[in-house]
Ligand binder design. Structure first.
Ligand SMILES: Cc1cc2nc3c(=O)[nH]c(=O)nc-3n(C[C@H](O)[C@H](O)[C@H](O)COP(=O)(O)O)c2cc1C
Length: 224
């Protein structure tokens, strides 16, 4: 595929056919995705391909408490899981409330997803330049998400689709235990990949003019 076509059509696929993804294709995707950059080229990323259906199922279920919080924060008119203002939601109570419906069904049955990968990063090798700022960290993710996104771009190039999900981080200690990761190996993403039942081609995104300005954040919109 053309690079720009891949970039414009890699949507969040969550509904897949039963088609398996062969190890040969997975290897090819990873063998290209590995050229993603990381801070100082320290390459602290690691990928775990989950083949065991029971581990897939357990990982999906670990995402459910965080997903309930996500749902209730949307219902309360909040941007879910934002870190700037205090939530009105009782996070602990909501997380434990199994009567709250699952709004993203794939997490109930992750064992049905053809290809599940967990992307982790060893924080010993991450330059967290914003660690002394009085806000949530952002920079560390820059050393791992290019790899995760490259995997999804590669999957799209192979006629597949998938979603970068992060709810698993809300249950990181349990995920680390399940996967044999150490406490300094952060769980950055869980990727769900397969052959999408439907391929979206028109993604809803802001135009360049809506988020690009000249010289200052309050500068003139860039129109090209
Ligand atoms: C950092 C990040 C975290 C995300 N976390 C989740 C998640 O936990 N669960 C999920 O179903 N989708 C998750 N997504 C997928 C987004 O919801 C999706 O990319 C966005 O809604 C755009 O969807 P579209 O490409 O189909 O338009 C995440 C995406 C990103 C980039």
């Amino acid at each position: 595929m053309e690079t720009y076509d891949v970039m414009r059509t890699t949507f969040a696929a969550r509904d897949f056919t039963d088609d398996e993804v062969s190890d040969e294709v997975v290897y090819r995707i990873l063998d290209n995705a590995r050229f993603a950059p990381s801070g100082g080229n320290r390459q602290g990323g690691r990928v775990i391909i989950i083949k065991n259906p029971d581990i897939k199922r357990q990982l999906g279920h670990l995402c459910l408490p965080g997903l309930r919080v996500y749902r209730e924060q949307i219902r309360a008119g909040e941007s879910p899981w934002q870190s700037v203002t205090k939530t009105v939601v009782d996070v602990e109570a909501v997380a434990a409330d199994v009567s709250i419906p699952t709004i993203i069904p794939m997490f109930d049955n992750l064992q049905e997803i053809p290809l599940v990968m967990v992307v982790a990063v060893d924080l010993n090798f991450v330059a967290s330049m914003d660690q002394n700022l009085d806000r949530i960290g952002v920079i560390s993710g820059g050393s791992i998400y290019p790899l995760a996104w490259n995997i999804l771009l590669g999957a799209r190039n192979e006629g597949l689709g998938g979603t970068l999900t992060t709810l698993i981080a809300t249950a990181e200690p349990a995920a680390q235990e399940l996967l044999g990761l150490k406490s300094h190996e952060a769980v950055a993403a869980l990727l769900t990949i397969g052959k999408p039942k439907k391929q979206l081609t028109k993604l809803t995104r802001k135009s360049v003019e809506e988020f690009v300005t000249i010289d200052r954040a309050d500068g003139q919109a860039f129109t090209g």
